[in-house]
Ligand binder design. Structure first.
Ligand code: SF4
Length: 196
């Protein structure tokens, strides 16, 4: 296990995990549930190592931004309000709101109060054009799981697209300055340092 983790750390092909995630959503949307790993793993590693280990060496999304950033000739400086201003808080609030809506709607689908929403959306409200192809069917899956899968796919797609846009406007990994995982990890480290 240790050897696998060591070989993955700073692996230059980690960006392929990001691309594979979205391709898997085209094969069958339920595979998008893998996206939860991107939310859980950073905190598991943070609590075990006391460092932002995931961000520093394992994040496929950061690798993806770095990869596409290589196609740019110049990099604009990341604005200060991303690094020290309110943008982190704004994105964190959006992330928490998104999670809340996702859980509330999935609970309503589970209880039969609403049908599953079988489409990907940008920023909660704007449907992506066209349907995901769904090349392989999985039978017998509860509608609330399908709904949740579309929602996690939408959230990952939305944040990835915003990250790509920021990467083209500024430095390739500008998303990392406002990423909720980073903001929450910093808060955790600040709190744990104060307790020592
Ligand atoms: S800040 Fe977010 S996108 Fe950047 S490396 Fe950490 S988890 Fe990945």
């Amino acid at each position: 296990m240790h050897n696998i983790l060591t070989s993955l750390r700073h692996n230059k092909n980690l960006y392929l995990v990001t691309i594979s995630f979205f391709l898997l959503g085209f094969i069958n949307i339920h595979l998008a549930l893998i996206g939860f790993l991107c939310m859980i793993l950073p905190f598991v590693l943070l609590m075990n190592t006391g460092k932002k280990t995931y961000c520093q060496g394992y994040c496929p999304r950061a690798s993806f931004y770095s990869k596409i950033g290589k196609f740019k000739k110049t990099n604009q400086k990341t604005p200060n309000f991303f690094i020290k201003g309110d943008m982190k808080k704004f994105i964190l609030v959006y992330f928490v709101f998104n999670l809340f809506i996702m859980i509330a709607a999935t609970t309503r689908v589970y209880s039969g109060a609403m049908p599953p929403m079988l489409m990907a959306r940008f920023m909660l409200f704007f449907p992506f054009p066209g349907n995901l192809p769904q090349l392989v069917e999985f039978g017998g899956i509860a509608p609330w799981i399908t709904h949740l899968s579309y929602r996690i796919f939408s959230m990952m797609m939305t944040t990835t697209m915003i990250g790509i846009l920021l990467g083209f406007l500024y430095k390739p990994r500008t998303w990392c300055t406002v990423c909720p995982i980073n903001t929450l990890s910093d808060a955790y480290l600040t709190i744990t340092k104060k307790r020592k």
